[in-house]
Design a protein around this ligand. Structure first.
Ligand code: SAH
Ligand code: SF4
Ligand code: F3S
Length: 474
């Protein structure tokens, strides 16, 4: 039976400081931003039990691997990490200490049974929708031998059971508003690992945003596997939409910047596009994955839009927000992809001109429709195509970043850099920006001059003048 927060003696907002018996928690996180958010929330759930974060696994009382199943290599990393942790767990046990080893996230959801078979020393296997029950799982793992497995999709939403954040999330923070996916793209495991699409109510999102701001957050990135399909209950009890949610968030004093990711082209509605024109806090950057530029492939992928429809959305976004920068994901070598299909993808990339983009070789995922499809593309062809697409995408990023040199732009500084006296922040178009400057700049947004462009970042210097006209990178 699931116990409530009160049964477990948890108070919302309680921290490890209130518990004498401190235990160390080490987490390793792979995958998307949603996993980063989930790791933070798992730490919140465990804080009232006395768990405080530790940077290394060797002295940890509990280690959680928060895993990703999106591509074959991502999943394999988990098993090699488990082998390493097994040795540490045994060494700790030889010294009379317990190390609880938990595998969470999308590999746990998809391959729970395989984890137990290949790594029976794992104490807990839990899916992405059950981590609000972690305290109960820890108690069961401490009592019983064998592995505790919780990979169902519970009727209750985990968000209703999570305590408030146990530690500040920093100047820039993630906030999950939507989970799961009903799109069933041919290649993708997400609908199976994260379950059906579900949106958090607007009031819950706004309350969490206010708490983040009170703890010093200035930029919020709304997260969802299909974030622009968000249709959470609005304040009047009716389903709302993402454009409206962004407008409400922008009203919260202290929020300087809003972003959202990841969006699906099908859900890019008029209101959301209009929000890009109307809300200054909504940053002029959009990650809008298209995957392929070939209509034949888009159909095979079950993406439910054409290349022309995608380009039309980009055109509408640019019409209302000319300085908007675009990003995308691409898959090369999906089953059936011919050279002509691949050329169509390169053409689409040239037509859009991306600020940055990610590209992946198709990886067959068990249980997905494409995995069993005929006409799998040979590895050598995938290798050749990935090289070609990456050369093109890199050249676009270099051009975009190079076009920022000499501009004076607002940067929100978020943390210290690697070198003494260096602070790091983000440009409106998401590039990291490095600058020599005082620590007091962290948490503030100021205009700086971009002096250098690197492959994935920009260098800046401070300017004394408060305002010079801004323009987008070329
Ligand atoms: N919800 C997002 C993407 C989630 S997964 C969307 O709809 O676009 C992140 C990216 O991983 C995808 O955009 C896709 O490019 C890539 N990806 C997903 N499954 C993959 C697979 N089987 N092989 C290679 N890349 C994959
Ligand atoms: Fe995966 Fe497609 Fe859903 Fe994105 S929209 S999460 S690629 S199934
Ligand atoms: Fe990976 Fe799961 Fe995210 S498969 S990309 S961690 S939703």
């Amino acid at each position: 039976m699931l116990r409530t927060r009160d049964d477990l003696g948890m108070r919302p907002g309680a921290t490890s400081m209130t518990v004498a018996n401190t235990r160390r928690l080490h987490m390793i996180t792979w995958g998307c931003q949603m996993n980063v958010y989930d790791s933070g929330r798992m730490a919140d759930v465990l804080a009232p039990l006395g768990y405080v974060p530790t940077a290394t696994p060797d002295d940890a009382d509990m280690v959680i691997l928060n895993t990703c199943h999106i591509r074959d290599r991502a999943a394999e990393k988990v098993f090699s990490e488990l082998g390493r942790l097994r040795v540490m767990k045994q060494a700790r046990e030889a010294q009379g200490h317990r190390m609880i080893l938990a595998v969470a996230g999308c590999v746990a959801q998809a391959e729970g049974a395989e984890i137990v078979a290949r790594a029976p020393y794992v104490d807990i296997v839990l899916g992405p929708q059950t981590y609000h029950r972690l305290p109960e799982m820890v108690a069961r793992a401490a009592r019983a031998g064998g592995t505790v497995i919780e990979t169902d999709f519970p009727a209750e939403q985990k968000f209703d059971f999570l305590p408030e954040a146990s530690a500040p999330r920093g100047v820039s923070a993630f906030l999950t508003v939507q989970e799961g996916c009903d799109k069933f793209c041919s290649f993708c495991v997400v609908p199976y690992t994260r379950g059906a699409e579900a949106s958090r109510p607007e009031a819950a999102v706004l309350a969490e945003a206010r708490r983040l701001v009170a703890q010093g957050t200035r930029e919020i990135t709304l997260l969802g596997q299909n974030v622009n399909a968000w249709h959470g209950e609005g304040t009047k009890g009716k389903p709302s939409n993402l454009g409206h949610l962004i407008r409400e968030l922008a009203e919260i004093p202290g929020i300087l910047r809003i972003r959202y990711t990841t969006s699906h082209p099908r859900d890019m509605d008029d209101d959301l596009i209009a929000a890009h024109a109307e809300i200054p806090a909504l940053m002029p950057f959009l990650h809008l994955p298209v995957q392929s530029g070939s209509d034949r492939m888009l159909e095979a992928m079950n993406r439910r839009h054409t290349a022309a429809e995608y380009l039309a959305i980009i055109g509408r976004l640019r019409a209302v927000r000319p300085d908007i920068a675009l990003s995308s994901d691409f898959i090369v070598g999906h089953p059936g992809e011919t050279d002509a299909d691949f050329q169509a993808t390169l053409e689409l990339i040239r037509a859009v001109g991306y600020a940055q983009a990610f590209s992946f070789k198709y990886s067959a995922r068990p249980g997905t429709p494409a995995a069993g499809a005929a006409l799998q593309v040979p590895e050598a062809v995938k290798d050749q195509r990935i090289q070609e697409i990456q050369v093109l995408l890199r050249s676009q990023t270099t051009r975009f970043n190079g076009g920022c040199v000499g501009l004076e732009i607002p940067v929100l500084f978020t943390h210290h850099g690697r070198y003494d006296g260096q602070v790091v922040g983000r440009a409106p178009w998401l590039q990291p920006v490095h600058m020599i400057g005082a620590s007091t700049l962290i948490g503030t947004e100021i205009r700086v001059r971009i002096v250098e462009a690197h492959t994935n970042s920009l260098a800046a210097m401070q300017i004394p003048t408060p305002f010079i006209e801004e323009r987008a990178c070329a």
